[in-house]
Design a protein around this ligand. Structure first.
Ligand code: V47
Length: 383
């Protein structure tokens, strides 16, 4: 523990000189009572990179199914796939839930077309690990969206889904083969989901059967090697501690060093995801406070000196905190997000799944930011 007298002068000097911070410094930044200096330092880096530019995009999230083979404790989204027929054990916890769903390709394409009509430049597609759908379903999904919406950026499938596809493909495929087939069909980039916290203890306790650190990086490494950009996430505020978060950030930083030196693509942004406990198996946990959210966003900005953007995903950070975070290292507030199912039920602002462009721009402007509509790779969008 550091006493209240711990000044951040040495860290401030390093940050102003553009020097890299280590884990001890990260822990001190997290623990400091001098929150204003923390925010100011994060803002210094943010302004050096982006001045007051604050990015958003117009996008639609499509969560194609909530049926999932996994039972992650933090997740309130998944539903067990119905066990049917006489073999279904009596009283099975897997009894059909009436709110399970799986969209057809036709429905997905209709949603994408609707999004384009609303001005969207991106679809962000993810879903549970459906036990029955074949790999060809996902390839065909990309192909038909690409055909129907030629200029729409398809950001789809977390590392966890990509590994699931390698297993369900007939014959089974490698990660590079799955990525190549999806890209050929229209996939443009990968979202950052499924990273959670890279730590064996946290993994085994909260998302045991899910792809861990090695698999997640295998997918992003293969993507970056073939020029596919991706994002990274960190799900914080459940059973992990600050040190585990910092280690997670340092692993992402090490990968990004590698990608910058060796690959054709890299992480565009980090999305720290504030844990929403409601309706999950971890509902007894309190979730992070607003200040812990701000500290996490600021520390992420300061530790990840090689990742260009820090995104406050307002669905999980709330629009109000996302607005304040613009002064705490954040330069991106994600999109207008026309539908978002993953935390809908337990969400902090459950009815507010859509932020109209004008509200996003006003929220940015009021925080002294300059709103910039971006495309998925952070190029400007002009209408
Ligand atoms: O991987 C699940 C998280 C992620 C909860 O790449 C939860 O631009 C909080 O990855 N409370 C999916 N979080 C969302 C995601 C994402 C979102 C926005 C932008 C991007 C991007 C990626 O949501 C999952 C998991 O880490 N999650 N349950 C929950 N109860």
């Amino acid at each position: 523990m550091h006493a209240r007298t711990d000044t951040l002068d040495d860290i401030a000097e390093k940050v102003r000189a553009g020097e890299r911070l280590g884990i001890e410094e990260g822990l001190r930044l997290y623990a400091t009572p001098d929150i204003h200096t923390l925010g100011e330092l994060a803002n210094h880096v943010r302004e050096k990179l982006h001045s007051r530019r604050t990015y958003y995009n117009v996008n639609l999230h499509i969560n194609y199914t909530n049926y999932c083979l996994l039972r992650c404790k933090f997740c309130s989204f998944y539903r067990p796939y119905p066990v049917q027929g006489r073999d279904a054990p009596a009283g099975d916890p897997e009894t059909p839930s009436d709110d399970g769903y799986a969209l057809s390709i036709e429905q997905i394409v209709e949603r994408a077309q609707w999004a384009v009509r609303q001005g969207a430049t991106e679809v962000h597609i993810t879903g549970g690990l459906h036990p029955k759908l074949p790999f060809t379903f996902y390839v065909e999904m990309c192909r038909q969206i690409r055909q129907a919406c030629p200029s729409l950026h398809i950001k789809a499938f977390t590392a966890v889904e990509i590994i699931h596809f390698t297993r369900i493909a007939r014959p089974p495929l490698s990660i590079p083969q799955v990525l190549d087939q999806l890209v050929e069909a229209g996939l443009d980039s990968l979202p950052g989901g499924g990273a959670e916290i890279f730590d064996a203890r946290v993994h085994d306790e909260v998302f045991k059967n899910k792809v861990g650190q090695a698999g997640w990086f295998d997918v992003h490494r293969a993507a970056h090697e073939r020029g596919i950009y991706s994002n990274a996430t960190m799900l914080y505020g459940h059973i992990e501690g600050r040190e585990e978060r910092l280690n997670h950030l340092l692993k992402l930083r090490a990968h990004q060093d590698w990608a910058i030196a060796n690959a054709q693509a890299r992480f565009n942004c980090l999305v720290p995801l504030s844990f929403i406990p409601q309706r999950s198996e971890l509902a007894h946990l309190p979730g992070p406070t607003g200040l812990e959210d701000l500290r996490t966003l600021a520390v992420a900005r300061l530790m990840l000196d090689n990742v260009p953007h820090i995104k406050a995903f307002w669905v999980m950070q709330t629009p109000k905190l996302a607005q304040v975070s613009i002064d705490w290292g954040v330069d991106d507030v994600d999109g207008t997000v026309m539908h978002y199912e993953i935390t809908r039920e337990g969400g902090r602002d459950a009815d507010a799944q859509v932020l109209p462009v004008e509200r996003i721009r006003r929220m940015i402007r009021e925080a002294g930011g300059e709103p910039v509509e971006r495309d998925s790779l952070y190029g400007p969008v002009t209408h």
